[in-house]
Design a protein around this ligand. Structure first.
Ligand code: CP
Ligand code: NVA
Length: 314
């Protein structure tokens, strides 16, 4: 694999390589041991939409790996004045070692990758958010061990995050139940033929029974602001609150990719409560992205990684 555009493009071995390296990198960071596998490498980060976690974790990640990250607001580039995506990709390929893009349309990231000579990473599109879900799987594994033995209940909008959860469940084989209101299902192409371990239900209470994880995301994603009032009305029964968490049982971990709209998709008492692992989840974006960057931009390709010495240390 040369790019990371969606989890559906990865093999199980790719995901395992990313997670294994992320754990090594996280462990070294916790012990204060440097891990500078991308000395001298440069990542361009193009943003068509706002970001806190993705921007900062990629930027800090590149710095900690010994490289440099360039923050590029798409509106301040010639893209904003009509230069084509293809020409931009061809030119940036001459300057940098990798490109991360947060784009309005998934097709933009695909077109960029098709014209890029360097690896392209999807930092969120309207369709997918692969880096988020890879970080989330690391978090689930830290909490529950093998993700294949967990049940994840996704409650809310069938959006980019839900789509990436579906691709992850298809690949890794864990149980995923999504509770979405009618008309707000995940992408039609992804749910046309679901295996038995992935289900879509309408009632969030049905989804969370026996779940190891309750996961939610905003009701109004970036770019959907015009639908805000209608969405607030439709999604009101899908709030992750104390009574829903209680239905899952005391063991359940509550996750949210953040940013949260407190009092809408999740209550203060849940996001700040004992079941919430949202901050560990946010932190793991950093560790997983460093692994993705090393595997894609480093000399190894997306295959067993690290110098021989680092592998021995692990
Ligand atoms: N979860 C996530 O991608 O957050 P940002 O929008 O802040 O990057
Ligand atoms: N579904 C949200 C995720 C934000 C990280 C959005 O696209 O705005």
């Amino acid at each position: 694999m040369r790019h990371l555009l969606r989890i559906g493009d990865l093999s199980v071995q790719d995901v395992e390589a990313i997670l294994t390296l992320a754990r090594v990198i996280k462990d070294k960071a916790k012990r204060g041991v440097q891990h500078r596998s991308l000395e001298g490498k440069v990542l361009a980060m193009i943003f068509e939409k706002p970001s806190t976690r993705t921007r900062v974790s990629f930027e800090v990640g590149m710095y900690q790996l010994g490289g440099l990250a360039l923050f590029i607001d798409a509106r301040t580039t010639q893209l904003g004045r009509g230069e084509t995506i293809a020409d931009t990709a061809r030119v940036l390929s001459r300057y940098v070692d990798g490109v991360m893009i947060r784009a309005n349309k998934h097709e933009t990231v695909e077109e960029f990758a098709a014209n890029s000579k360097v690896p392209v990473i999807n930092g969120l599109t309207d369709r997918f958010h692969p880096c988020q879900i890879l970080g989330d799987i690391l978090t689930v594994q830290e909490r529950w061990g093998d993700v294949r033995r967990t049940k994840v209940a996704y409650v809310g909008d069938g959006n980019n995050v839900a789509n990436s959860w579906i691709e992850a469940a298809k690949l890794m084989g864990f149980e995923l139940v999504l509770a979405c209101p009618e008309g707000y299902d995940p992408h039609a192409g992804l749910i046309a033929e679901l295996p038995p371990h992935i289900r879509i239900v309408r009632d969030p209470r049905e989804a969370v029974v026996g779940a190891h994880v309750i996961y939610t995301d905003v009701w109004v994603s970036m770019g959907q602001e015009a639908e805000e009032e209608e969405r607030k009305r439709v999604f009101a029964p899908y709030q992750v609150n104390d009574s829903l968490v209680k239905m899952a049982g005391p063991q359940v971990a509550v996750m949210h990719c953040l940013p949260a709209h407190r009092g809408l998709e999740i209550t203060d008492s849940v996001i700040d409560g004992p079941n919430s692992i949202v901050l560990d989840q946010a932190e793991n974006r950093l560790h997983v992205q460093k692994a993705i960057l090393e595997l894609l931009l480093g000399s190894h390709g997306l295959a067993p990684s690290g110098t021989r010495q680092e592998r021995q240390e692990a």
